[in-house]
Design a protein around this ligand. Structure first.
Ligand SMILES: [Zn+2]
Length: 111
């Protein structure tokens, strides 16, 4: 979609710190991290939000969650723990209208 920042990142028209990519997804660092480790898992296909998901997107969502697990392992937060968040709509804190899954972690353990 034109003027969509995540579509532009997927097409390499905008820069991002990409750590994983395949035909369906792209994973990059959040530019305004809310945690010591904060990545976004973004489908290359433009879907506005969870509200626009269809039955046919089941596989894509599954792949997003499995990719989150893979990324957590890669960046070393798999064992310490992490959060996976889908913000939906403005009231749900969604800022970019292109479906994305937040992977947050890396907080120091409280003793
Ligand atoms: Zn988009």
């Amino acid at each position: 979609m034109k003027d969509c920042i995540f579509c532009k990142i997927a097409k390499k028209e905008e820069k991002a710190e990409i750590i994983h990519e395949n035909d369906n997804l792209i994973v990059f660092k959040d530019i305004k991290p809310k945690a010591p480790i904060h990545y976004l898992i973004v489908p290359k296909k433009h879907i506005k939000s969870i509200n626009e998901l269809k039955e046919e997107n089941k596989g894509l969502i599954g792949e997003m969650v499995l990719t989150a697990k893979k990324i957590a392992g890669k960046v070393g937060i798999k064992d310490s723990g992490y959060k996976l968040i889908f913000n939906v709509g403005r009231g749900g804190g969604q800022i970019v209208d292109h479906l994305h899954l937040h992977v947050l972690g890396g907080w120091k353990k409280s003793s």
